[in-house]
Design a protein around this ligand. Structure first.
Ligand code: FES
Length: 174
């Protein structure tokens, strides 16, 4: 885990250097261009297409919708649904709410950190995983609780972390 931030910033550099194909972003803008209140659906469409909102698409949206990039950044940072950095194909969430905490969530978190090699809100360089500690997921009876994308795993143990990571390591990236 100690070298994760360095690896993460390396990932960001690589991604920032990458050319983003703006064809899909242009098509999304075309679809909403003449509609009032089109900024949100355009940004949502872009995030759905790219998995996050890449910087070049922000410049494109600003130019084509005639809004300031700062306004777009305001929207992107206000709403938690938007991400400015690439996210993993698989989003691991571990609940650290009270019920899960007392049932051993810290150990589950640490074991995921060890197995996946990233910390909270980080993404692996290969973009397979993003890891997040989250507040109560509303299923305290199954504490401690973890999720991978939409799959829920209750009564988590260290052994289950091993099994989950082994399974998702085999899953496709598309
Ligand atoms: S505290 Fe974890 S699901 Fe409620």
């Amino acid at each position: 885990m100690s070298n994760a931030p360095a690896e993460n910033s390396k990932t960001e550099e690589i991604v920032n250097e990458e050319e983003i194909d703006l064809t899909a972003a242009n098509q999304i803008i075309d679809k909403y261009l003449t509609l009032p209140g089109n900024l949100m659906p355009v940004l949502q469409g872009i995030q759905e297409e790219y998995g996050y909102v890449p910087k070049p698409t922000i410049d494109l949206v600003a130019e084509r919708l005639n809004v300031y990039p700062s306004q777009i950044f305001g929207v992107l940072t206000f709403y938690a649904q938007f991400h400015l950095k690439p996210r993993g194909r698989y989003i691991i969430r571990v609940c650290v709410g009270t019920a899960c905490h007392v049932q051993g969530a810290p150990r589950i978190v640490d074991t995921f950190f060890e197995k996946v090699g990233i910390g909270h809100a980080e993404t692996t360089p290969d973009l397979r995983y993003t890891f997040e500690k989250v507040a109560c997921l509303g299923a305290c009876g199954m504490a401690p609780l973890a999720m991978v994308n939409d799959d829920t795993f209750g009564k988590m143990t260290v052994q289950k972390v091993d099994e989950i990571v082994a399974e998702y390591n085999q899953r496709p990236m598309k």
